[in-house]
Ligand binder design. Structure first.
Ligand code: NAD
Length: 270
């Protein structure tokens, strides 16, 4: 096992990629604090993973909830070695002109609060414990951290901001704490959107032909699953990455599948 004795916090652990990361980390010998706003999703995961997992129901945009996750790691498992910032929401590629101006303003606050402030507050809460353990942070970025058309302007800007955060934190926290990232491409998950856009109960898997798009237009012509991306998190969390900081493992297979035509929105990925 690659992660024997490692204790990690995973945000957004109740679904999709975060759930796959949590499962794989435990399979590799780690203990996981699974942090999510979905109480039912966390209960399922806890049921599956048993004593190797502890859950924290909370909101990543809350300072107190992020602190609670760190305290849970320290009290339950005795240390914190890895903070995985992963919880995120998507804008379902809503274009600027499709979005009402008032809705744009409120959706900005909501989406940036999760995708950017959530990462910052998680890092702030975890940094002391990671300094003490000589640990690291890993953030989930996206094809949208590098390329257009993986979202609308809100999502793409938030994921570019995530890249800036990784670079700045890697610089600030060296040599004590390493900060790295993984950029997955499209996958069918529960990925939802801002309530302000009426997208709180939508999901990319239910309302977007993401698998079909990846199969037809992806450079590698395959529909990816969350499990396809988790190996990079294992690598970055392990002792095999002691020289890595500020690095991003881009698994989005040259970004967006087939540069989209403006007239053909179906050719875009999430
Ligand atoms: P998902 O919805 O299946 O999982 C995200 C989890 O985050 C959910 O369990 C949700 O409850 C939780 N969450 C959302 N807001 C929260 C909040 N405020 N507080 C606490 N928990 C919250 O989606 P996913 O696809 O697994 O997304 C994981 C990450 O992967 C995100 O950062 C997303 O931007 C990124 N990503 C996804 C895709 C894709 O196509 N699905 C592509 C590239 C990057």
């Amino acid at each position: 096992p690659w992660l024997q004795g490692v204790c990690a916090i995973v945000t957004g652990a109740a679904s999709g990629l975060g759930r796959a990361i949590s499962r794989r980390f435990v399979a590799e010998g780690a203990c996981v604090v699974a942090f999510d706003r979905s109480e039912s999703g966390l209960a399922e995961l806890k049921n599956e993973l048993g004593a190797a997992a502890e859950t924290v129901v909370g909101d990543v945009t809350s300072t107190a909830d992020n602190r609670a996750a760190v305290i849970t790691a320290l009290t339950t498992f005795g240390s914190l070695d890895v903070f995985v910032g992963n919880a995120g929401i998507w804008d379902f590629q809503r274009s600027l002109e499709e979005t009402d101006a008032n809705e744009l303003a409120t959706a900005f606050d909501e989406l940036f609060a999760v995708n950017v402030k959530g990462y910052l507050l998680g890092a702030r809460a975890a940094v002391g414990a990671l300094r003490a353990s000589g640990g690291s942070m890993i953030f989930t970025l996206s094809n949208a951290s590098f390329y257009p058309a993986g979202g609308g302007s809100l999502y793409t800007a938030s994921k570019h901001a995530g890249l800036g955060l990784v670079r700045q934190l890697a610089y600030e926290l060296a040599p004590a704490v390493r900060v790295n990232a993984v950029a997955p491409g499209g996958m069918a998950t529960g990925l939802s959107g801002p309530a302000a856009m009426g997208l709180r109960d939508e999901s990319i898997s239910a309302s977007f032909p993401i698998d079909d798009i990846m199969r037809r237009h992806g450079a590698l012509r395959r529909a990816a699953t969350p499990e396809d991306y988790v190996g990079a998190y294992v690598l970055l969390a392990s002792k095999q990455s002691l020289t890595a900081t500020g690095s991003v493992i881009d698994l989005s297979s040259v970004g967006t599948p087939s540069r989209p035509e403006k007239t053909s929105p179906d050719n875009r990925e999430g």
